[in-house]
Design a protein around this ligand. Structure first.
Ligand code: AP5
Ligand code: MG
Length: 231
């Protein structure tokens, strides 16, 4: 199994890029945010625990996330390639992912880091709309639907994500800076980080991603985690 981590601030475009790559048939998209939102909707024990953290814009506890991710990765066949969107987000989660990959004999050839200034992130989150039926993501200005307020794919009503309200966005950006940004250095040091300019058009981002993933097939030989050799 191969896992490509998508790292970046809220609104950087991780989910949008992952969805486009999923449509090529090369990857499965595993978004921890989407898994949690689904758990909240269904009222599962994980959803009940996660809801309050998500509403505030805080991170759900590391142990809950590790269980959720391992369960999903284990359910896939060895030949599957995953885009892991939104995990890891803390140092503890990065270490947990290394252990999970060891147990599942998985490889981590790249960490794609989506880099954009705060003003771009705020503008993207403020204008994001999501289909309440199928989950497709739009932006009122940047990626508008053909018919206002309606999903192109299924005709469902478009909604604003509850955590995209201004106060919660500020909290999420602060949490990202405090708890997640440190991972950039970690993955840079083990040679896995591929920096993507996320302040450009979606097509531009996709072409940068493609370039990195193309090169990765060869460069990834023997790579797989930040674990010291021999572990
Ligand atoms: P999650 O759902 O992962 O949210 P996030 O990380 O805050 O990221 P977003 O989904 O907001 O942004 P994105 O980068 O996917 O941007 P998108 O592609 O939609 O997590 C939500 C919550 O769940 C967390 O706050 C936390 O509570 C919990 N959680 C999740 N994972 C966790 C973990 N590992 N540990 C603990 N807790 C966890 O794009 C944004 C907008 O911009 C869209 O409208 C899009 O159309 C537009 N857009 C995208 N690209 C472009 C472009 N190039 N040009 C113009 N517009 C663009
Ligand atoms: Mg997302």
């Amino acid at each position: 199994m191969e896992v490509v981590v998508l790292l970046g601030a809220p609104g950087a475009g991780k989910g949008t890029v992952a969805e486009r790559l999923r449509q090529t048939g090369r990857f499965r998209h595993l978004s921890t945010g989407d898994l949690l939102r689904e758990a909240v909707r269904q009222g599962t024990p994980v959803g009940q625990e996660a809801e309050a953290y998500m509403k505030r814009g805080d991170l759900v506890p590391d142990e809950v996330m590790a269980r959720l991710v391992e369960e999903r990765l284990r359910a896939g066949a060895d030949s599957v390639a995953y885009l892991l969107d939104g995990y890891p987000r803390t140092l503890e989660q990065a270490e947990a992912l290394d252990r999970i990959l060891q147990r599942c004999r998985g490889r981590l050839p790249h960490v794609l880091f989506f880099d954009a200034p705060r003003e771009v992130l705020r503008q993207r989150l403020a204008g994001r709309r999501v289909c309440g039926t199928c989950g497709a993501v739009y932006h009122v200005r940047n990626l508008p639907p053909r018919r206002e307020g309606r999903c192109d794919r299924c005709g469902g009503a478009l909604e604003q994500r509850p955590d995209d309200r201004e106060e919660t966005v500020e909290r999420r950006l602060e949490v990202y800076q405090r708890q997640t940004e440190g991972l950039i250095r970690r993955y840079e040091m083990c040679g896995l980080l591929r920096r993507i300019n996320a302040a450009q058009s979606l097509e531009g981002m996709l072409s940068d991603v493609d370039r990195h993933l193309g090169a990765a097939g060869d460069a990834g030989q023997g790579a797989g985690s930040c674990l010291p050799r021999g572990l």
